[in-house]
Design a protein around this ligand. Sequence first.
Ligand code: ADP
Length: 506
Amino acid sequence: MNVVIDINMTKPKTAGAIAFLKHKDKKMLIGGDWVDAASGKRIDSIDPATGQVIGTIPAGAKADVDRAVKAARESFDKGVWREKTPDERARVLWKIADLIEANIDELAELETLDQGKPLFVGRWAEIPGAAGQFRYFAGMVSKIQGETINTSINYQPPGKKIFAYTMKEPIGVVGAITPWNSPLVLEAMKIAPCLAAGCSMILKPAEDTSLTAIRLGELIMEAGVPAGVFNVVTGFGPDAGQALAEHHDVDKIAFTGSTPTGRKILNAAGGNLKKVALELGGKSPSIVLADADMDLAIPGAANAVFFNTGQVCVAGTRLYVEKKVFDKVVAGVADIAKGMKMGHGLDPATQIGPIVNKRQADKIKSYIDGGKSDGAEIVCGGEQLGTTGTFISPTVIAKTNHNMKVVQEEIFGPVVVAMPIDSLDDVPRLANDSRYGLAASVWTQDLSKATRFANAIKAGTVWVNCHLMFDPALPIGGYKESGWSRDSGMQAVENYLETKTVCMVV
Ligand code: ADP
C-alpha cells in the first residue's frame, strides 16, 4: 500500500486562501504592526503531505519577544482594553467569532495545507470550535464579578463596621504557547478567555503551523482589538517560546503541548514566579464493555484514535475490551482502519492525512517498531508511507503488556493498543495505570457500570458512549501529568484573573 497524491487536490480553492498564500513571506503582529523578526531570519511553512514550501514566517526570538511584551504591557497599563466596558469587550469578541465564521472555508484550507489535517476536521469541527470559543467567552465578559463577604472580625474600632468584598482583575500580560495538532481552536481556547478577562497577550504559535495564527491576528485587529493588546510572535520553541516563558514582565503563561515541554516551561517561569496553566499529554483509555451498543462503540473507538490522524491530546489510544467481545471489537476497529483513505488533506475523500512533519512521523514509526520488538502484534497498519515519509497508516496493536512503551507513552499518531479485560473489577486499575489523566471513554448500556467507572477513572473528562465531544462550555484538562487547570467552561476565565480582597473599616 502507498499514498498517491493527486497534484490537483493539493491546491486551495477559496479566494481567501489563495490571496493569503500569494504573499509568501508572512509577518508577525507586534504593537499593531506587521513586522519581521529582528534577526531577519525566517522559517519555512511546509505542506507535510507534499513537502512543498507554502510560505515563510519570521523566526522570532528574544528581541522580538521583548518588543511584544513591551507593547502588551503598554497597552495594559494604558487600559485601552481592560478599561473598556464589558459590553464593549463582548461585542469585539462576538465580532471575532463572526469573522472566523465568515472566513471559515479559507481558514480550514490554510489549516489543512499547513498542518496536513483532513479538510473536514477543520471545516466542521475545529474552525467552528474556534468561533464557538469567542462566542462563549463574549457571554462571560459581563459575568466577571467579585463577592461581598461577611467576616467574623471583631476588633474594629467601636461603632465601626467591616465591609469586605473581592474584585476580579485581569492578571496582566499573558504569554500563550500553543501546539501544532489543532492550531486555531487551541489558540482560541486561550485567546478568548484571556481577552474576555481584559488581559493583553502574546501568542507564540507552533513553528510548524503558524499560518492560521497570523490570519487570526488580522481578523482580531479587524474586529477592533486595540493595537498592542493581541500580539503574535512566531518562532521556534527554544527561542521565542523559552524567551516568553522566562520573561520577567509576563504575568502568566498558558501552555498547551507535550508534557516534557510543559516541564521546561515550568522551570523557565520560575524566575518571576509567573502563574502557569498547562494542558499536556495523554494516553486516554477507551473501555468497551460487552453490553455496549457495538454499532456505536466500534466506530466510536476507531474515531477516538484516528480522528485528526491521531494527533489529538485526548485521543483514545488504549483500547480495553471485555474479553468475550475482544476479537469482535478489535477486528471491527482494524477493518475501519484498513478502509480509511489516506491522502492530501484537501482531497475531500481523505480520512487520514500526513503527520505534521517527518520528525513526528519517524517518532511514531519508532514506537510501532519498538512495540513489535517488545513482542506485540501489529494487527493492521504500522507502515510509514508517501514520498515525504509523513504518512503513517492507521495502526492497531495487540498482545501487549502494560509495561511496554507503546502502552505507557504518548505516541501522538494514529496508533491504538488493544487489551482484553478479564474482570470488570480490573477496569479502574487498568485505566489508571498511567502517569497521564486527561480523558477516558466508557462504552456500555448499563448506567450503573457507566457511573461506577466515570467515578473511578482519574481523568479530567470521562465520556460515556462517545469520545471527543467538545464544547466551549465543557471544561477540559488533566489530572496527574496531563496538566494543571482547565480550558473551556466558565472557570477558564479565572485562569486570566486575579482576586483582590478589599477589607474596609467604615
Ligand atoms: P512537540 O515536542 O510535539 O513539537 P511541543 O509541546 O514541544 O510539541 O510544542 C508545543 C509548543 O511549545 C510549540 O509552540 C513549541 O514551539 C513550544 N516549545 C517547544 N519547546 C519550548 C521551550 N523550550 N520553551 C517554550 N516553548 C517551547
